[in-house]
Structures are given as structure tokens and as C-alpha cells.
Design a protein around this ligand. Structure first.
Ligand code: BES
Ligand code: ZN
Length: 628
């Protein structure tokens, strides 16, 4: 079972196995994943004017970029694009418009195509670029859903996923977290549909087919987001609410009822929420992530709708990004742990207050188990929280390491300095770097000033740097434990050994997390008739809890428990969230006999998946091939 891989480690594995030019003068503060020349010129504002064409699966219109030149000798602007057709580029300066020459550079498989725009001599330091463009139906950010792939089945839908480097596949821009822009947009849609963005959505907006948005807070490009569909709104609290198709509205209101409390708790602990409203958009199953922290409007997988609020830590996570990530942003993807690790830490802290410590301990133990699996797979140099990163695809280059090792690092700091002092540190950190970006080195320097440098400080900089720059886990890491999960693991052993009957296991009183741990703790050599009995008694193959399903079907595939293969196929067709399906495909491909079946199932299901999930799973299956 130890060979089970998580989705992201695969990606990393694939990315690393590609040949790449060694970079001798590696600069940790440089973003290696953009073509844009942001040290010479920066975008300050973006104005979009787009038609949403469902027949052609295209966005079509204009992007106007307000530019400020930093380097007076600059003669061209380089923007990131990916599969965009550009009709014209014009410069607007002092109210005068003039066409500009432009050309595309060479295309890179993961980073797209640079767009070179020549600036005429005599251009001033501030001007607008007006770019007329069309997206491609294969835009990696956008999934165009025909009605049958939506929940209601009657209206088409489109939604974006810009992180990490996909914004460039629907807007030509400087696609790097290193700079921030404000934006406005006019979006034209079929009149029956509603458009929403990572901006000032109006819950009362009439359905007019023309929607205007403003985003007055400056954001990095990966937080640009758009969705158009048959969405309706319901409030969750004074400042919070949920958009989704009407078929999922009631279930969403029930499942995410604690969102307002999470928001208020986060403000109490980490300082003001600087963004206005906080709403959720619950998308169809093909949304490739659990959630995406698009500002003011987190995009969320419907696989959280378990009916018992057991999976809402993902909401706490996306909300927490309003501080760690959206307010204070990793300077480059190499510093991703500053987004994801800090967010995972805050997520846990919120879950502890809103629910209880025992539940958070369970989640910590499950994450720790996944981290150990990643540490077996991810090459050592990539196991540092802040590794050298100049070649891999920035989508998930180190598995859950940024998340869980990052969270454990912050728990280690909290433990050393005390919760009160550490909370004060975090609130000050968010204030100090608000609406800015930060590198790991800057974080360490700030930690030095605020905590490490104090007399009698309990930790040294070297101890701290073991986390950020060394592989594995430091020996003095605090290892998560959970009495509930220990108990579940013990029962898995004793049931497998025939010492406890299934009826004696109080599974109805258990959290889904305990059930997951029980399944993961079953011995490798468990006979299939025992699996059959477990499945019959606990109805695992029919579970509507997506995380239990994930865990069960990874085991089904790894153990070749073929009685459940029909249900496994149904699982792969029910969900499009990478985390829930990629490891199942991989477990099948690696069980020694079902590589063809895995490829076949993928071929049949992929039409319903988001392009990002398709490319992950494809890469993961290729890596699985290569390793056999
Ligand atoms: N920002 C991430 C999703 C992401 C990461 C997109 C990297 C592209 C590149 C989001 O906040 C996230 O972490 N989602 C997790 C949530 C979970 C860890 C609670 C997910 O989708 O599983
Ligand atoms: Zn996250």
C-alpha cells in the first residue's frame, strides 16, 4: 500500500524527468514561469471586455492593460499568452490611439507563448495597451461544459482555473504572482445565464446578459477568475453566501452553514478581512480542485456535499487564503509553502475553534500519512519547503509537502514561541506585507526580527532553515496523533486478525476520517472475501462521501478487488477533482495487471474532466508506465 501515490507527486515526477537546461545563476526571487519582463515594466490595471460564446467555446473581446514603465530604455513589452489568437494591439497614450506591431515567440509546452509588442521610440512612462483577442476552445484554464455535464442539465457553463500559470490562456498579461493588478470587466453572456468573477459580485444582480465587475483590491494574475452558468445565490450570513445551480442550492446552504462563523473567527485571530464579501461558488464535479481561493468568491468542488459537513475544512482552507496567499502572496511558485502551508495551518486553527481539537487531530494525522507517502516519492532536493525551482511545472511540483510540511513547520514555531506570541506574529506579518509578495528569505528575516532574534529565543535560525532548505522532516518535528484514529487502526488490525467482529465496530459513531484511517490501516494480505464483507456491511462502494470513496477505491485498485470495479468506474465518472481520481487511475495502472484497463477507463471518462485534470492524469499514467 505504501506505493500508492498522490496525484501531485506524480506531476512532479513527470516534470522532473524532463530534460531541462541547468541554470547556473539560479535566483530564488525570480519567477522562472513567466516570459514577461516585469523588472522593466509593470501592469497596474486590467480592463476586460469579453463576449462569452458557448457555440464556439470562445471568449472574444479586448483586454486593456494600464502599464507603468520602470526602465526608460525599454523597447518592447513581453506578455504571457497560451493558445490565444491576437487580432490587434494598440497603444493608447494621452487619449491618442495607435496600432503597434507584435509577434509571438516560441511556444513552451507548459508556459505558453510570449507575445512581443514593440514600443515606439518616444513612448512615455504610462500608457494603455489595447489587445483584441480570442481564446481557444482548448484554453487550459477554461472548461466549457455542455448542459449534460452540469448538475441541472439544461444550460451550458464555463469556468476558469488560473492558478498556477493558466490565466495566460484566457487573458494576455504578465502572468506572475510577483505583480498585482486591480481590474474591471464587462462580460456578455446569453441572457438566461449569470456571470460571476473574483470581484464585486452583486447577489441581487438582475439576469441581463451583461455584467460589470470591479476589483479594487490589487491581486496577482492567478486570482483572476470567471464563471458563467445557471447560477443562483443564497445567503449564508451577513457577509457570506453561496452561488450554485439551483439543484445544489439547498444542499450547499446546509453543508456550508458555518462559513460566516469561520470568517468572523479568522478576523478575530488574524486581523481584518480586507476584501468585502466572502462568497462560495459550488461548481459541477469537473472542477479539478477541492477549492480555489479566488478572492471574494472561492470556487468549490461539489464533492464536499457529503450531507454532514464533514469535508468543510476545504472551506476553512480557501477562506484562510484571504490572508495567506491573497493578501500576502508567494513571490514565485517556489515559495508556494508561504501560500499553502500557512493556509493549512490557519485552516486547522479555524477548524479547532469552530469544531473541536479531536476532529483537527484526525485531519492532521491523515495529512501526515499523505506527507510520508510524498516524502518517499519526491526527490530530496524538492522536499525543502523552498526548493530550487526553475524547470518543473509549477502546478503541484512537490505534492503535499508545501501543505503539510509547511503546516508542521508553523506548528513547530507556534509550539516553540507559544500560541499567543505566534498569533501576534502572524497578525503583524499580514499587516506588514498586506497586498504585497514575499519570498522565503524575507519571511525568515522577518521571523528573525520579530521572534528568533529575541533574547533567550527558543530556536536558532539554523533550526528553522532545516525546514525551509533541507529535505525530509527535522527530527524535532511534532508528529500529529489522534486517539480516535489510533483506535480505528487498532480495530482494523484486530478485525483483520479475526479477533473483532464487524458488528462490534461502532462505525456509525465514527467520523468519516476514522473510517478512512481504518481502510488505510488494513493489512496488505487481507483476503478478498474479507473486503467483500466489509463492503457489504459498510456500503463502501456506494459511499457518497468523496474522501471515503477515494480511499476505498485506491485500495480496491491496489488489491485488485475486482468485484468492486464497476463501482470504481462509477467513482471515476462521478468526480473530476484530481485528488479523488488520479490516485485511483495510478493504483490501477500499477497493480501489475490493470494498466490497459486504467488507460481505457481514462479514455472513456476524460471527456467530462477539466483540461488541467486531463493533463495531470495523462502525465501520471505516463509516469506509471515509465516506472514499470
Ligand atoms: N490554491 C490551491 C489550489 C491550487 C494549488 C491550484 C496549486 C493550482 C496550483 C487551493 O487552495 C488548494 O489548496 N486546494 C486544495 C484544498 C485542500 C488542501 C484543503 C485542494 O484542491 O485539494
Ligand atoms: Zn490552498
Amino acid at each position: 500500500m505504501q506505493r500508492t501515490l498522490t496525484l501531485v507527486s506524480f506531476l512532479f515526477f513527470v516534470a522532473c524527468s524532463q530534460d531541462s537546461e541547468p541554470v547556473d545563476d539560479y535566483d530564488p526571487a525570480r519567477d522562472y514561469f513567466t516570459f514577461s519582463n516585469t523588472s522593466a515594466i509593470v501592469t497596474e490595471h486590467l480592463a476586460l471586455d469579453l463576449d462569452v460564446d458557448f457555440e464556439a467555446s470562445e471568449l472574444r473581446g479586448f483586454a486593456m492593460l494600464s502599464m507603468r514603465r520602470v526602465d526608460p530604455t525599454l523597447s518592447e513589452v513581453v506578455l504571457d499568452t497560451r493558445d490565444l489568437s491576437v487580432g490587434s494591439v494598440a497603444i493608447i497614450e494621452d487619449g491618442q490611439s495607435a496600432p503597434l506591431e507584435f509577434r509571438f515567440g516560441e511556444t513552451h509546452a507548459a508556459f505558453g507563448t510570449p507575445l512581443h509588442i514593440a514600443l515606439p521610440a518616444g513612448t512615455g512612462d504610462r500608457f494603455d495597451l489595447m489587445i483584441e483577442y480570442t481564446t481557444s476552445p482548448k484554453s487550459t484554464a477554461l472548461q466549457w461544459l455542455p448542459p449534460e455535464l452540469t448538475t441541472g442539465g439544461k444550460h451550458p457553463m464555463v469556468f476558469s482555473q488560473s492558478q498556477a500559470v493558466h490565466a495566460r490562456s484566457w487573458v494576455p498579461l504578465q502572468d506572475t504572482p510577483a505583480i498585482r493588478i486591480t481590474y474591471e470587466a464587462t462580460i456578455r453572456t446569453p441572457a438566461s445565464l449569470l456571470a460571476v468573477m473574483s470581484a464585486n459580485n452583486d447577489p441581487l444582480a438582475p439576469r441581463s446578459g451583461e455584467y460589470h465587475f470591479d476589483m479594487p483590491q490589487p491581486i496577482p494574475s492567478y486570482l483572476l477568475a470567471l464563471a458563467v452558468g445557471n447560477f443562483y445565490f443564497a445567503p449564508l450570513g451577513d457577509d457570506t453566501g453561496v452561488y450554485t445551480e439551483p439543484e445544489m442550492l439547498d444542499a450547499s446552504v446546509y453543508e456550508f452553514a458555518d462559513t460566516q462563523a469561520m470568517l468572523e473567527q479568522a478576523e478575530a485571530m488574524f486581523g481584518p478581512y480586507d476584501w468585502g464579501r466572502y462568497d462560495l461558488l459550488i461548481l459541477p464535479p469537473s472542477f479539478p480542485y477541492g477549492g480555489m481561493e479566488n478572492p471574494r468568491l472561492s470556487f468549490i468542488t461539489p464533492s464536499l456535499l457529503a450531507g454532514d459537513r464533514s469535508l468543510v475544512s476545504v472551506i476553512a482552507h480557501e477562506l484562510a487564503h484571504s490572508w495567506s496567499g491573497n493578501l500576502v502572496t508567494n513571490a514565485t511558485w517556489r515559495d508556494g509553502w508561504l501560500n499553502e502551508g500557512m493556509t493549512s495551518y490557519i485552516e486547522s486553527r479555524l477548524m479547532e475553534v469552530i469544531y473541536d481539537e479531536a476532529r483537527v487531530d484526525e485531519e492532521r494525522v491523515l495529512m501526515y500519512r499523505e506527507l510520508l507517502l510524498d516524502l518517499e516519492r519526491v526527490p530530496e532536493p524538492m522536499q525543502a519547503l523552498a526548493p530550487r525551482l526553475d524547470a518543473a511545472d509549477p502546478d503541484g511540483f512537490q505534492g503535499m509537502i508545501a501543505y503539510t510540511k509547511g503546516q508542521m513547520f508553523l506548528e513547530y514555531l507556534e509550539h516553540a514561541f507559544g500560541r499567543d506570541a505566534f498569533d501576534e506574529f502572524l497578525a503583524a506579518y499580514f499587516q506588514e506585507f498586506a497586498f504585497g509578495t514575499i519570498t522565503t528569505e524575507q519571511f525568515l528575516d522577518y521571523l528573525d526580527v520579530k521572534l528568533l532574534g529575541q533574547e533567550g529565543a527558543p530556536l536558532t535560525r539554523a533550526q528553522v532553515e532545516a525546514w525551509t532548505f533541507e529535505p525530509g522532516l527535522p527530527e524535532d518535528a511534532l508528529i500529529p496523533t489522534s486517539t480516535n484514529l489510533d483506535n480505528a487502526a487498532a480495530l482494523a488490525d484486530s478485525w483483520a486478525a479475526g479477533e473483532t467482529a464487524l458488528e462490534e465496530i461502532p462505525v456509525d459513531d465514527w467520523s468519516p476520517q476514522a473510517t478512512i484511517h481504518f481502510i488505510n490501516s488494513l493489512p496488505d494480505d487481507l483476503a478478498h472475501d474479507r473486503l467483500a464483507r466489509l463492503d457489504a456491511a459498510w456500503n463502501l462502494s456506494q459511499t457518497r462521501n468523496a474522501e471515503i470513496g477515494r480511499t476505498w477505491f485506491i485500495q480496491v485498485a491496489t488489491r485488485r478487488y475486482t468485484d468492486a470495479y464497476d463501482a470504481l468506474e462509477a467513482h471515476l465518472n462521478r468526480y473530476g477533482r484530481g485528488r479523488l481520481i488520479a490516485p485511483v487511475y495510478v493504483a490501477l495502472a500499477e497493480n501489475g495487471q490493470d494498466r490497459e484497463l486504467s488507460l481505457d477507463l481514462f479514455k472513456r471518462a476524460q471527456g467530462a474532466y477539466h483540461p488541467i485534470a486531463v493533463s495531470w492524469i495523462g502525465a501520471a499514467l505516463e509516469a506509471a508506465d515509465a516506472s514499470r
